[in-house]
Ligand binder design. Structure first.
Ligand code: PMP
Length: 357
């Protein structure tokens, strides 16, 4: 059979595999940074009580107007400054496609969200990974090289390290004529959002998700915020792929979740309190703990090494995330669960350590 040629980027692409999603309900699942609590009762109540028959019979609002209005109101923006997609992964993909297919490389930290290199490969975008410092902090001075743009998660994943807003501003000033994306998937767990910089920086795009702090990973809803010209750029790409991006149910449920600000603040407070407690306890029993502003901790077990520790936890029905990649292969990423789940995790960690000595 003669060879069929297709996109060179696709030829070499290793399909991305997200963290394991087992069916079992008895496992303690701390491997994909999901929120351990049920979403806002306002949002979940809609699914139980609302009659969706008309909403599902008809096409959804192609512009997701109510949802964009709710997001804009919450973040003191206008709806024209908001773009919504099916999870922030889709918003990221459209952003890469719209802004970074240029002749220069896209810059991002060498340890970062593993989807970025996948999109570069898919869209034939060159990239340059900028090394992090030994303590995993971002080295700002290296971001002013000629570039197609910059993408940085804040807090970073999977390190959890956070860049304060003055450093984000410095980054925006390094590349005044290129799009700088700040992926704030985890910002609600303790950092200051760059949303407050949007009206001052025409090159800033901030991306959020309902998957983490809103406990709605299964709904698939993410959004980008930036000045109107950037949002227009995304709309051009989006409308060419799919003119009805968000389904009618997700639009309504997400709108209710965004409007329930009291639930959101309470949930973030609970996760942060649990993270702080675990940070301290894990350090006390000998783990090295990277400072985190996210809903996960990157930790280095004292013994027997991260891979073996991961296996030992797995045997005890606890799933965490092990990354077999340079610099972090000695570490495990542990998502913050409920207090009861984290107590079990810590008890099991102590037992594994005791079995080593
Ligand atoms: N950005 C970062 C930094 C993430 O860790 C994740 C979740 N894995 C995402 C974006 C994507 O989240 P979602 O597609 O669920 O909105």
């Amino acid at each position: 059979m003669s060879k069929i040629f297709w996109s060179p980027g696709l030829e070499q692409l290793e399909p991305y595999t997200p963290g394991e999603q087992p069916e079992s309900k008895t496992l303690i699942k701390l491997n994909t940074n999901e929120n351990p609590y049920p979403a806002s009762p306002q949002a979940l109540g809609l699914l139980k009580q609302y009659d969706f028959s008309d909403a599902l019979r008809r096409y959804p609002d192609p512009e997701s107007r109510e949802l964009r209005r709710a997001i804009a109101d919450k973040h003191k923006l206008t709806p024209e400054q908001v773009f919504v997609g099916n999870g922030s992964d889709e918003v990221l993909a459209l952003s890469f496609y719209s802004f970074f297919r240029r002749r220069e490389p896209l810059l991002f930290p060498d340890i970062t969200y593993s989807f970025y290199p996948v999109y570069c490969q898919l869209f034939d975008i060159e990239s340059r990974k900028i090394p992090l410092a030994r303590d995993f902090s971002v080295q700002l001075q290296d971001y002013s090289a000629p570039a197609a743009g910059v993408i940085i998660p804040n807090p970073n994943a999977p390190t959890g390290r956070y860049l304060p807003l003055d450093e984000i501003e410095a980054l925006l000033e390094c590349q005044p004529q290129r799009v700088v994306i700040v992926d704030e998937a985890y910002i609600d767990f303790g950092g200051d959002s760059a949303i407050t910089l949007i009206n001052r920086y025409p090159n800033l795009l901030v991306i959020h998700t309902l998957s983490k702090s809103y406990a709605l990973a299964g709904l698939r809803l993410g959004f980008a915020m930036g000045q109107k010209h950037l949002i227009q750029g995304l709309l051009r790409a989006k409308n060419s792929f799919n003119s009805y991006p968000i389904d009618a149910v997700a639009q309504r449920v997400a709108t209710a979740a965004i409007r329930d600000t009291a639930w959101h603040a309470d949930n973030c407070g609970k996760v942060i309190a649990t993270r702080k407690r675990c940070e301290q306890t894990l350090a006390e029993i000998g783990f090295e703990v990277v400072p985190s502003q996210a809903n996960f901790l990157l930790v280095k077990p004292p013994q027997p090494g991260a891979e073996a520790f991961n296996q030992a936890l797995r045997k005890r029905d606890i799933l965490v995330r092990y990354f077999n990649q340079p610099r972090i292969s000695e570490y495990l990423r542990i998502s913050i669960g409920t207090d009861a789940e984290m107590d079990q995790l810590i008890r099991n960690c102590k037992e594994i350590l005791a079995s080593q000595s």
